[in-house]
Design a protein around this ligand. Structure first.
Ligand code: NAP
Length: 501
């Protein structure tokens, strides 16, 4: 059997009185961390009657990003009392490492923690060495990164020491990927949220740690791929790509990178060479909203379709060159073919002229479709349409009659609400409705299309169609087709998305 991490579920909300949510967590996590600063001092005996694993008590102070603000005495009393009932206790190195508390909690039951501002590697090393003078089962050092680059020293500390009792990573949305890499550098524990409310910014749920990253199993990692975008936390791409790597026994890890400013990320993270230094060189990125256009600027080479689209959804690293590709167009064309429609015979309205809209319009036009690019900002549609040699129309007043296919390439529907991109009342029977936007449920627009009996293509289907060539370009292997459908919760080709069980 391969290496395995310990999964810690962090409880940030009081559990339901019937204990069912705790019992469900028992199947997901080895350890339950009770954030007593958020949920209060829960009865350990009651927790044990529902959760089968070990219990960790944490009273995170305000100074370290938690909610506890009481006096020193009150803090000692609460921690002291919890120590007699819980298996493990989190002690903040800055305030709890006093002789009297340490005397009541043996080393093997201590998690010695520190949460603070980003620092350089040398400063973190000194801090860790001071902490390590107090015996503990685990040393946890977390920095709060707010800008790209600030998270790197935390990983370097982990890589440097390779100790099995050190967990060092950075918190914050843009640094969430460091949590996922830390166990590959020796960290024994991975913390995940017990519910949708994270214990710290950027913390995924334990369910997602398992489904998307294969944790707690730790396969070998020889190279890194990932998704650059904003937002990325809810993307299904990590589940899809990592699922494929695991199924085929490939030593890759696909990470989500929440990126606010592409140029900063590129300069501070990609060009820092961190992944090569860690022995896991970068192989490829998928690129999503809103960075597809700017991604073209960093590529040393680009495919003709990426050049025509002015947009990249894939960046590949090979022989020191970064190559831009786009598979967005293939995604929609592939989904149409799966419905038995030949793109070359279709009149298609693509609504949205951002990175995705551009690429879809360029790809379909390339395949011989008659494309009209429709956009809220008409000027943008006109400019893009001129480059692509397709028609343009303003969204305001747009009539969808006469089109065989309508594609939503705007961000409308991402939050599960909002006006439909195009009204479907006048649309002819048989018009295919494609929504690039996807979520756990079909979007309101897609649901309406299905209610009206129109052939509907879910964004997850498009995701799968465009991920296949991405996967192949990254690994040289085909993504197993059934695995893709299963991971994305998609029905067999040609079946309406709502029909998925
Ligand atoms: P983008 O570059 O940010 O472009 C957004 C587009 O949406 C622009 O055309 C914008 O119009 C339009 N828009 C935004 N809000 C609008 C509103 N309230 N009313 C009308 N138009 C509005 O984004 P992108 O990268 O092209 O991606 C678009 C969407 O497609 C995203 O939700 C993305 O997640 C999804 N996507 C899915 C897949 C998949 O595989 N399923 C692949 C690619 C993209 P203006 O020009 O007027 O601002």
């Amino acid at each position: 059997m391969g290496a395995r991490a310990t999964l810690v579920a962090t409880l940030t909300e009081p559990p339901a009185a019937d204990g069912r949510s705790l019992a469900a967590l028992g199947g997901l996590a080895d350890l339950l961390e009770v954030r007593a600063d958020l949920v209060g001092d829960l009865d350990a005996a009651w927790l044990r009657s529902h959760f089968p694993g070990r219990l960790l008590y944490t009273l995170r102070s305000r100074a370290e990003g938690g909610a506890f603000e009481g006096s020193r005495e009150r803090r000692r009393r609460r921690i002291g009392e919890a120590a007699s009932a819980y298996d493990l206790v989190d002690l903040e190195a800055e305030r709890d490492a006093s002789d009297d508390l340490l005397a009541t909690i043996p080393a093997e039951r201590r998690v010695l923690s520190w949460h603070g501002a980003p620092a350089d590697l040398e400063t973190l090393r000194r801090r860790f060495s001071r902490m390590a003078s107090v015996p503990a089962a685990l040393y946890k050092l977390v920095t709060f990164a707010t800008a790209p680059g600030e998270e790197l020293a935390s990983l370097e500390l982990a890589a440097d020491s390779r100790r099995r009792d050190l967990l060092s990573f950075a918190a914050g949305a843009s640094a969430a990927w460091t949590r996922l890499l830390a166990p590959r550098l020796g960290a024994p524990w991975v913390y995940g949220a017990a519910s949708e409310t994270p214990g710290a910014p950027g913390q995924p749920t334990v369910a997602r740690l398992r489904a998307d990253f294969g944790l707690p199993e730790l396969g070998d990692v020889a190279w890194i791929a990932g998704l650059i975008g904003n937002p990325v936390a809810h993307s299904l791409s990590p589940r899809l790509h990592n699922g494929g790597y695991r199924a085929l026994g490939l030593a890759g890890l696909y990470l989500p990178f929440h990126v606010e400013r592409f140029a900063d990320f590129w300069l501070e993270i990609v060009e820092s060479g961190i992944f090569a230094r860690l022995g896991m060189p970068l192989r490829a990125f998928s690129v999503t909203t809103p960075h597809k256009e700017v991604a073209m600027a960093v590529a040393g080479a680009a495919s003709p379709l990426a050049v025509l689209s002015g947009s990249a959804n894939t960046l590949l690293f090979a022989d020191g060159v970064c190559q831009a590709e786009t598979t967005d167009a293939v995604g929609v064309a592939g989904a149409l073919r799966a419905l038995g429609r030949d793109p070359a015979r279709l009149a298609v309205a693509v609504v949205g002229a951002g990175g995705a809209g551009r690429a879809v319009a360029a790809g379909l036009a390339h395949e011989g479709a008659r494309v009209t690019l429709v956009n809220r900002t008409y000027e943008r549609a006109r400019e893009v349409a001129r480059d692509l040699r397709v028609q343009a129309a303003p969204l305001d007043g747009f009539r969808p009659r006469g089109f065989d296919v309508l594609v939503n390439a705007t961000s409308i529907g991402r939050d599960g609400e909002g006006l439909p991109p195009v009204a479907l009342a006048e649309v002819a029977t048989g018009t295919v409705v494609v929504d690039l936007v996807y979520g756990d449920e079909p979007t309101p627009w897609l649901s309406e299309a299905m209610r009206r009996g129109l052939p509907a293509v879910d964004g997850r289907e498009v995701l799968l169609q465009q991920a296949r060539p991405q996967f192949y370009m990254t690994t040289g292997c085909e993504l197993p087709p059934e695995l893709g459908r299963e991971v994305l919760g998609l029905p067999a080709p040609g079946v309406a998305p709502g029909a998925a069980s």
